[in-house]
Design a protein around this ligand. Structure first.
Ligand code: FPP
Length: 229
């Protein structure tokens, strides 16, 4: 969800107002993903690198997550959405951690669709934490090191119960992955609309989906029509 700062800057507003406006795009996108039958939507809301921003901006992003969960949890729950937050929990405040835990616990049995919020998230950090969990399980004798293959390893990631993403959309025209779902995106398709996140609309989401539908995904193999030896 890139471009909140630039959206605000172009209007002579503080960056924090760009993030606030970004929440409206979050609401639109979450509802539209539901309307389009998308089973899993993951939003990158705060990266581990975002701690390096000015304290006031960090505080605003923390408070936006708090307010978003508090204000929208009822609607999400009523719509049978299961909420999962991925990323490191150790650096978050006790209050925010409790709010996240409660939202996850309250929606755990929902089976309509998944909303995943990547918060204090970094792909490399997630992989390192997964390695730590796997190594600890090996030290306890629960798995042998050579039993660890791609499938077993992925169960130690924060996204353990979730499928890999089919499509990753980064708004604002930057052509970077920026540490997002590194392991899981191995075969994802990408879209880089130039729109700044607060302006991302239902129509632009549909455009990205329509373009995705034209891609031929081969996962390293050859197209079915050429598959004869
Ligand atoms: C990147 O834009 C965006 C972020 C660092 C935060 C995204 C957060 C939200 C949209 C609100 C919080 C969301 C939830 C679900 C609680 P940028 O600030 O890097 O923009 P710039 O590149 O134009 O400066």
């Amino acid at each position: 969800m890139d471009g909140n700062g630039r959206w605000a800057g172009r209007r002579g507003l503080p960056r924090t107002l760009g993030h606030r406006q970004g929440i409206e795009a979050v609401r639109r996108t979450v509802r539209h993903a539901g309307a389009r039958g998308i089973a899993v939507l993951t939003l990158f809301a705060f990266s581990r690198e975002n701690w390096n921003r000015p304290q006031a901006e960090v505080n605003e992003l923390m408070s936006l997550l708090r307010r978003y969960i508090s204000a929208d949890l009822d609607e999400l729950d009523e719509n049978n959405v299961r909420i999962t937050v991925i990323g490191g929990r150790a650096d978050l405040s006790e209050e925010l951690t409790r709010l996240i835990d409660d939202a996850e616990a309250r929606t755990r049995q929902n089976d309509g669709r998944d909303l995943v919020l990547a918060f204090n998230y970094g792909g490399r950090d997630e992989i390192v934490r997964a390695v730590q969990r796997a190594a600890a399980a090996a030290a306890r004798g629960e798995i042998a090191p050579d039993e660890l293959d791609e499938e077993t390893f992925s169960r130690y990631l924060d996204t353990a119960a979730l499928p890999d993403p089919d499509l990753v959309i980064r708004t604002s025209g930057e052509l970077r992955i920026s540490n997002f779902l590194l392991w899981q995106s191995a075969y994802a398709e990408y879209a880089f609309p130039k729109t700044l996140w607060p302006d991302f609309s239902e129509a632009m989401f549909d455009e990205a989906l329509a373009d995705y539908a034209t891609r031929q995904r081969r996962f390293g193999a050859v197209p079915v029509s050429l598959a004869k030896p």
